[in-house]
Design a protein around this ligand. Structure first.
Ligand SMILES: Nc1ncnc2c1ncn2[C@@H]1O[C@H](COP(=O)(O)OP(=O)(O)OP(=O)(O)O)[C@@H](O)[C@H]1O
Length: 483
């Protein structure tokens, strides 16, 4: 197939493969013997069958131009590039898989071939090329590849559908009612109603467990987007690279492990609401990307250059002081202003202890359903214990305490033991008189309970005093409700 610039040696013609001819004629692979000029000196019947050229037609001829003249795309295949030609010159064996041979009728077939140098008395005298038609193998490979692509496309589609359905389920189920009667909670509910039906970006702040996610769910539920998904992402749960692909999606092969194409949360939230929890945890790089999406409402999947446009309403939450993070250089100021269009603050439970009775009823009702119990409520003493605790874990901690007691309790009224004083948050009384400590404690309790003195949610009950005694202590200690 490849012609060599060297002149043919008559010795090569004579000595090439003489004794093995019978055997070589019997094998299924095509075999060519070449002298150093690239002329065929041996052609077996299998080669004749595969190529359509008889040995008679090609023996003694330089046949690169017959079999190997062009690549699959029809472009010229120079003989200097041909592996058989190279073996004729350097005596090094080669194995080739991705080429084709041309038949006499102008058609071609994919071949696998080896080129082996032939030596005599340590002198290179020729080359043997052994080849096989791998059309069937290629066909099988192609159909396997197609089947695999179909399976991958299907699994990608299923994964996306599953993500979408999970979002749908999460946004349409679950109890989203906000319990509480304190002034800050009523104000918060009012603000949620006002902002829900706008498209404004909302930044929810508040300590862990105060109900920020619940607020986000309410915003979505009361908005015109409520029939579309609410998609939540906890930014603290992913490494920066994973978060990027979680938010924006990725193309197949974009990184190790990206075996299928995957839609990101931005795409899944199209026409709905995207809730980014713990937004302060975004890396500076992710912050830049988020800023771009907010400015242009478009982005690219990781590993793709195709721009995707989305229509989303963004709600974010953090338990950090985000402005402080800006001052520390940890959060982009421009992004802060973009997110903080409508700020909502969820106050900690210790600042609204008067919400505890309503919260307890709400939690007990949910627990009765969950645990199949018939608990009616909490004993008066238990309630007073709940209302004299500082709740560092906020409503979530309250839920946990009630759930624990519900599991332990045999009766229908929960007995809650005194909760351990949170020493970290306890007020220091060092250097104060007993009266000063008493006055401060009464004032704090009254403030936390909205200055209600009597009744089940009043300060007298919490402090374990008759209401009349509390009133006279207040008078004595000069404690007045601020106007
Ligand atoms: N006012 C409320 N009424 C009823 N349930 C509430 C209220 N506030 C919080 N919860 C419940 O308390 C739990 C914690 O609330 P949520 O997850 O919304 O808090 P979070 O501030 O987002 O917490 P984190 O910062 O840890 O993510 C949830 O089960 C939520 O339903």
């Amino acid at each position: 197939m490849c012609s060599s610039p060297l002149a043919p040696t008559s010795e090569a013609h004579v000595d090439f493969l003489p004794e093995n001819k019978l055997l070589l004629n019997a094998v299924g692979e095509g075999i060519y013997g070449f002298d150093l000029a690239g002329n065929a000196v041996f052609i077996n019947p299998a080669a004749e069958r595969m190529t359509g050229w008889t040995a008679q037609e090609l023996l003694g001829k330089n046949i690169h131009n017959h079999h190997h003249h062009s690549h699959a795309d029809g472009s010229h295949y120079p003989q200097e590039d041909c592996p058989i030609y190279n073996t004729m010159h350097d005596g090094i064996a080669r194995e080739i898989s991705h080429e084709l041979f041309w038949r006499k009728d102008g058609s071609s077939f994919p071949v696998h071939y080896t080129t082996t140098p032939v030596h005599k008395q340590q002198q290179l005298i020729g080359v043997v090329a052994i080849f096989r038609d791998i059309s069937m193998q290629k066909q099988t490979e192609d159909s396997l590849r197609q089947a695999l692509e179909q399976v991958q496309a299907l699994s990608e589609k299923l994964a996306n559908e599953n993500d979408y359905l999970q979002m749908e389920l999460a946004s349409h189920t679950g109890d989203v009612s906000i319990s509480g009667e304190s002034e800050p909670i009523l104000r918060l509910i009012q603000q949620i109603k006002l902002v829900a039906n706008t498209n404004s970006t909302v930044l929810i702040s508040g300590e862990n467990g105060t109900g920020k996610e619940l607020v986000a769910r309410n915003i979505h539920k009361l908005s015109e987007r409520s029939d579309k998904p609410l998609v939540s992402v906890n930014c603290a749960a992913f490494s920066p690279t994973l978060l990027e692909s979680e938010l924006f999606g990725h193309e197949k092969g974009a990184f190790t492990g990206a075996t299928t194409r995957r839609k990101g949360r931005f795409e899944l939230a199209h026409q709905g609401t995207l809730f980014l929890d713990e937004v302060a945890e975004l890396s500076l790089e992710a912050q830049s990307k988020l800023l771009r999406v907010l400015q242009e409402q478009e982005f690219e999947r990781v590993g793709s250059s195709t721009t995707i446009k989305v229509d989303i309403r963004l709600v974010t939450a953090t338990h950090h002081d985000l402005l402080k993070r800006v001052q520390q250089g940890l959060f982009r100021m421009d992004l802060y202003y973009r997110l903080n269009v409508f700020p909502l603050h969820v106050p900690p439970l210790r600042e609204r202890l008067q919400d505890i009775p309503t919260l307890v009823s709400h939690i007990v009702a949910n627990l009765n359903k969950k645990l199949g119990k018939k608990i009616k409520g909490v004993s008066n003493k238990g309630l007073s214990h709940l209302m004299t605790y500082s709740w560092p874990g906020n409503v979530r901690e309250l839920q946990n305490v009630i759930e624990r007691q519900s599991i332990l309790s045999q009766g229908q009224v929960l007995q809650i033991p005194a909760l351990q004083v949170d020493t970290a948050n306890a007020v220091s009384t060092h250097g104060q008189t007993l009266e000063q400590v008493e006055a401060a404690h009464i004032r704090r309790t009254l403030q936390q309970l909205g200055w209600r003195i009597s009744g089940a949610q009043g300060a007298a009950q919490v402090l374990g005093l008759p209401a009349s005694t509390l009133r006279s202590r207040m008078k004595k200690l000069n404690i007045h409700r601020p106007s």
